[in-house]
Design a protein around this ligand. Structure first.
Ligand code: SF4
Length: 366
């Protein structure tokens, strides 16, 4: 019998050690660099908390001249990304298999039926629709296609739709298929794996300590249990979160450390895009520099992961998308998100060409 991986305790914050690092940012960055690049070890919890709590606008002088702490963080995050992954960026397209009408009450989500949001329930995606979306995505350079359902978890009808659409994408494209459909049973995980679903997305969303402020209809531990099931069934774990919901810098580090303890192969990083009608509608998005800080933090705490910029990146990063790519990111969701418009895939492909960053070729994922 496989013993489920229970959520470990959130790494505690050693206040004295964190304070000592915050008083000496050059020492913090030197220690982080030595761990990640010289010894190829993950950062310590104290280093992660200090990285999250740094004053990014403070001056920082190094051998390349004067800049800010943020400049130094991004440069280190880029070196770590290249050393632990590669210089390539992987593109993924997502499509909504079921939009709106979700019974859960995630405060950031316009697809929840708990809020009076303009997003109304739509019929399930059809095979013809998924073939058009998937072939378009492949032509635009995507190597992975993710079908996302706004549900607590799939019922029999939804499972039939997932399996039908997965088969259609396999038949008509060479992309790998990922699915996101909420909380799974063991039987459903088996069926997805047997259908050739390579990766399952289920975001932890936010730190365990902040989760009850954001969601009341299910728990963080239930999310963790589904990640455990996905891993146990041999699918890759894709799990990340959303930043800018009112969590503290410390809680941002908590989320990164909690994710790191599970070692997801992919980590989508979403930025709050306040949606009308949701409880977070009036919250201001992160500034571009705060968003870049979060990117560098997640890269340094999760050095092996495919760190993918996801929803809200246009709102939070604005014109600094390229700085994110050179600050630790190695994946992009291209095209539109589930309920919001993204920028055009052509703009992203041109940006990567301008930055001289190669796109991961389709054959590399087969
Ligand atoms: S985030 Fe997912 S589970 Fe939560 S309300 Fe939205 S669709 Fe439902």
């Amino acid at each position: 019998m496989t013993v489920p991986l229970l959520p470990g305790p959130t790494p505690s914050r050693d206040d004295a050690e964190v304070a000592s690092y915050l008083g000496a940012p050059p020492r913090l960055l030197a220690d982080v660099e030595a761990a990640l690049l010289d010894r190829r070890e993950p950062v310590t919890p104290a280093q992660a908390y200090a990285l999250a709590e740094l004053d990014i606008d403070a001056p920082f002088a190094d051998g390349d001249g004067d800049g800010t702490v943020l400049d130094a963080l991004l440069a280190l995050a880029h070196r770590v990304r290249v050393a632990w992954t590669s210089d390539e960026v992987a593109l993924e397209s997502i499509v909504s298999g079921k939009t709106g009408g979700c019974p859960e009450d995630c405060s950031f989500c316009s697809q929840s039926s708990a809020f009076d949001s303009p997003v109304k329930p739509q019929p399930l995606l059809t095979v013809d629709e998924v073939i058009v979306a998937a072939t378009d995505a492949q032509e635009q350079g995507a190597s992975e296609f993710c079908i996302v359902y706004a549900v607590r978890g799939p019922d029999d009808r939804l499972m039939a739709n997932i399996l039908e659409l997965t088969a259609a994408v396999h038949e008509h494209t060479a992309m790998s298929v990922a699915v996101s459909a909420g909380i799974l049973t063991p039987e459903q995980a088996t069926a997805l794996r047997d259908a050739g679903v390579v990766k399952y997305n289920h975001n932890l969303e936010t730190a365990r300590s902040f989760f009850p402020s954001i969601v009341s209809t299910h728990s963080w531990d239930e999310r963790w249990a589904t990640l455990d099931l996905v891993r146990e069934h041999g699918m890759e774990v894709c799990s990340g979160g959303i930043v800018g919901m009112g969590e503290s810098a410390t809680q941002r580090a908590e989320l990164a450390l909690e994710l790191a303890s599970f070692r997801p192969s992919e980590t989508p990083l979403n930025f709050l895009n306040p949606r009308p009608g949701t409880p977070l509608a009036a919250r201001s998005p992160l500034s571009p520099r705060q968003a870049l800080h979060a990117i560098a933090l997640f890269r340094l705490v999760l050095p092996w992961t495919l760190l993918r910029l996801a929803g809200g990146r246009e709102i939070a990063l604005r014109d600094l998308q390229g700085a994110g790519i050179l600050g630790g990111v190695n994946g992009l969701i291209i095209g539109n998100y589930l309920t919001t418009l993204g920028r055009s895939p052509q703009d992203d492909v041109r940006m990567l060409a301008d930055l001289d960053v190669p796109i991961r070729a389709l054959q590399d994922v087969l």
